[in-house]
Design a protein around this ligand. Structure first.
Ligand code: IPM
Ligand code: MN
Length: 351
């Protein structure tokens, strides 16, 4: 089969890590007899520099025409330190989410035995933790009406959710839970927020249709606490945009594997696959960044195309590279550190 992959390296280390995932996908194509057709396009600061816009129409068109999007990272410190900047790389990300209808962000959190010592938590707390955070990505406070009063002395950001938006994300989360350990935790703030009460109302109604799945409800503050106290209790956690932004960052660091964790943003038009870490500008161009999170994102991309055996072979080769210490300096410890490109070459050669 032939697949069209829109390839958006973005900023910082983005181009280097995406290159390695492309190498691995090409090796998958060779081994399993598929053709992956990569069309590169700009986003983020790179796109602002080139065309003055962080998510250009041309890039959007390439994404729309693709079977899946492989994404690196966006962000440049140049913009972080300039509060007056009118155009920012992050706006490109929000625009892409909205225009591609990327309504669900999925972050699987797993542990890697060789990295447990990097966790900020005790080994016995994190060892074996394995859960998925499902974050609603195109609604809520991020996209509600926002503004300032005329005298500029007050500001507002509205949080709105429709029943349809909630049903759509809950359905996806239930389907995930169904394929895993059949437990779903709905995270909200229903003791305070009207949108959360609607979430809970919808979930309580849908719960009846998924009787094989155990649903529980948790307030977001409690969930933030339980995530670090007892991460192993979670299977699939689903929540609204802003809570999910915060909880998914918290979740991603507890296993000590930040550089290895992939993510998927599932959309109506197409889906985007990217590492959960950022653009790590300090390492850009040095060939030292860990490409594994992006390579595992490519594995999620393969799954989205129903190429399950292919995805498994990518996960397997990544596990072998970790076991054999073919890793970049962030996790090599006292052993030899390999370059980004060397890790990519090894993965592609040993698939
Ligand atoms: C993320 C990021 C974005 C978000 C920013 C960069 C707009 O933090 O992908 O989680 O808040 O959604
Ligand atoms: Mn975030």
């Amino acid at each position: 089969m032939k697949y069209k992959i829109a390839t958006l390296p973005g900023d910082g280390i983005g181009p280097e890590i995406v290159d390695q995932a492309v190498k691995v996908l090409k090796a998958v194509g060779k081994k399993f007899g598929h053709e992956f057709d990569f069309t590169f396009a700009v986003t983020g600061a790179a796109a602002i520099e080139e065309v003055g816009e962080p998510y250009p129409e041309a890039t959007h068109k390439i994404c729309l025409e693709s079977d899946a999007v492989l994404f690196g990272a966006i962000g440049d410190p140049k913009y972080d330190n300039d509060p007056s900047a009118k155009v920012r790389p992050e706006q490109g990300l929000l625009k892409m989410r909205k225009q591609l209808g990327l309504y669900a962000n999925i972050r699987p959190v797993t542990t890697f035995p060789s990295l447990l010592h990097k966790s900020p938590l005790r080994k016995d707390i994190v060892e074996g933790a394995d859960f998925v955070v499902v974050r609603e990505l195109t609604g809520g406070i991020y996209f509600g009406g926002k503004g300032r009063s005329e005298d500029l002395k007050s500001a507002f950001d509205n949080c709105e959710y429709s029943t349809e938006e909630i049903e759509r994300i809950l359905k996806l989360a239930y389907d995930y839970a169904g394929k895993r350990n059949k437990r779903l935790t709905v995270v909200d703030k229903a003791n305070v927020l009207a949108t959360s009460r609607l979430w809970r109302e919808v979930a309580q109604r849908m719960e009846k249709d998924y009787s094989d799945i155990e649903t529980d409800y948790m307030f977001v503050d409690n969930a933030a606490m339980q995530l670090i106290q007892w991460p192993k209790k979670f299977d699939v956690m689903v929540t609204e945009n802003m809570f999910g932004d915060i909880l998914s960052d918290e979740a991603s660091v507890i296993t000590g594997s930040l550089g290895l964790l992939p993510s998927a943003s599932v959309g109506k038009e197409t889906s985007v696959f990217e590492p959960i870490h950022g653009s790590y500008p300090q390492a850009a161009g040095k060939d030292i960044a860990n490409p594994v999170a992006t390579v595992l994102s490519a594995a999620m991309l393969l799954e989205s195309l129903d190429l399950l055996e292919e995805a498994k072979s990518v996960r397997d080769v990544v596990n072998r590279s970790l076991d054999q210490g073919i890793v970049t300096e962030d996790i090599s410890g006292d052993h030899k550190a390999y370059k980004t490109s060397e890790v990519g070459d090894w993965l592609a050669a040993n698939l």
